[in-house]
Design a binder for this molecule. Structure first.
Ligand code: ZN
Length: 71
């Protein structure tokens, strides 16, 4: 599984992601070791963002179709 997120402290995208079996589910930055967030919470945030982007794309697509005469 690939998680795309950024460290809020240094902006690095290199994160240490715990395996599912590990007790500590905190994702940490590989560079500065800052806590990025709980793995579940980060996953949830990414899923929401992906859905928002998908919804926006669909909305834009509909707008485009409306302009082209489709309704
Ligand atoms: Zn960092």
């Amino acid at each position: 599984m690939q998680i795309k997120a950024k460290c809020a402290a240094c902006g690095s995208e290199q994160l240490l992601i715990p395996g599912d079996g590990e007790k500590d589910q905190m994702i940490r930055c590989a560079k500065c070791n800052a806590n990025v967030g709980d793995k579940k919470a980060v996953n949830e945030a990414l899923r929401k963002r992906a859905k928002q982007e998908a919804d926006k794309m669909i909305a834009d697509l509909k707008k485009g179709l409306g302009k082209a005469g489709f309704k």
